[in-house]
Design a protein around this ligand. Structure first.
Ligand code: PHE
Length: 342
């Protein structure tokens, strides 16, 4: 009896159950009423009385080990079959397209601009988009009643009599002030960023857009330095054949001031719809930093001089990528953005 129990135990241990048919064969071989374990139980009554309890114990252990093996094999097989079903279901579905992110057209243009100025020795400075009235206007030499302060142009956040108001910056020039207050000359920075104006929204203007401003302060900086810098930038940005035109202009924080046009890089200067047949496109405003602005930042205007310039980034993106509505740049519509993948 002992030998046969041992033999059956070995057989159970080595029994390979890899599919439901084998599981069923195992059950029929060991577990049913006519199986080999039940058969041994049947023989118990013929065994000598003194050995019966020990044999009974051995047979119980054998039966339990067969039960355990059967249960664990059944669980494993059923887990496998549900996994398989799921995999099969997935295989019948069409593949999911993975969208790769892409650089926004405005960031592409901004990246090119930054690179050109970085190569000329400018470093990048940034400032907050929620700005103090005094940095956005007063320190930049805006008279108290200047029309640009009008509610129509500026988004005010807090505005109390006798307090410095908080507003959304209307240009990146307050970053100049922050840089001049923090650093002493020589200063050579560009300030890229978002600016906000309370304008009627249309295909051509939006309440938020991007500017890139430049500031250079040192001893003996002249208008010729400004012209050379802008000229070098324009050739790299718009092509080596562009010509420049400086028109006298006005900004409270620069004197003298100018606006700069480049020959239209779409028609080469012969006149088209974009340049309104003039052959010129306005690209930026600039000038020599006003002595009052230097004084406001404790920089001696007798010793130092400097130039500043500021340009819009979005319009260049619109022209470069032939986008006809500025609002498309801010709506984050994937159908529009995915056209700029590469
Ligand atoms: N801040 C001016 C604007 O927003 C641009 C500018 C910057 C002009 C620096 C001159 C010098 O229109």
């Amino acid at each position: 009896m002992e030998n046969r129990v041992e033999e059956l135990q070995r057989e159970i241990d080595n029994y390979a159950i890899t599919c439901t048919d084998e599981l069923e064969a195992f059950r029929l071989r060991f577990m049913v009423r006519k199986g080999s374990i039940a058969e041994l139980f049947g023989e118990l009554k013929d065994a000598p009385a003194e050995s019966r309890p020990r044999y009974g114990q051995l047979l119980n252990q054998l039966k339990q080990s067969a039960d355990r093996k059967y249960d664990s094999a059944r669980k494993q097989l059923s887990a496998l079959s549900t996994g398989e079903k799921q995999r099969h279901n997935d295989l019948t579905l069409p593949g999911r397209k993975l969208y790769q992110g892409s650089e926004h057209p405005v960031q592409k243009v901004l990246g090119d601009m930054k690179q050109i100025f970085r190569a000329m020795g400018f470093t990048i400075a940034t400032g907050p988009e929620i700005e103090l009235d005094s940095y956005n206007f007063d320190m930049l030499n805006f008279p108290k009643n200047h029309p640009a302060r009008d509610m129509q142009d500026t988004f005010f956040i807090t505005r109390k009599e006798g307090e410095d108001a908080l507003l959304l910056r209307t240009h990146t020039s307050p970053v100049q002030i922050r840089v001049m207050l923090d650093d002493k000359p020589p200063i050579r920075v560009i300030c890229p960023g978002k600016v906000y104006r309370n304008e009627a929204i249309s295909a051509r203007s939006y309440c938020v857009f991007h500017q890139l401003e430049g500031l250079y302060i040192d001893t003996n900086v002249s208008f010729a330095d400004l012209k050379a810098t802008i000229f070098s930038f324009a050739k790299q940005m718009f092509g080596s054949s562009v010509e420049l035109r400086f028109r006298p202009s006005f900004f409270p924080f620069t004197e003298p001031s100018a606006e700069v046009d480049v020959t239209c890089y779409l028609c080469g200067g012969s006149g088209c719809k974009v340049c309104k047949q003039s052959g010129w496109l306005e690209i930026l405003g600039c000038g020599m930093v006003h002595p009052n602005v230097l004084k406001n930042c404790s920089i001696d205007p007798e010793k130092y001089s400097g130039f500043a310039f500021g340009m819009g980034v979005d319009r260049t993106a619109l022209l470069r990528y032939k986008i006809d509505d500025i609002r498309l740049l801010f709506e984050n519509d994937v159908r529009m953005l995915e056209q700029f993948m590469q």
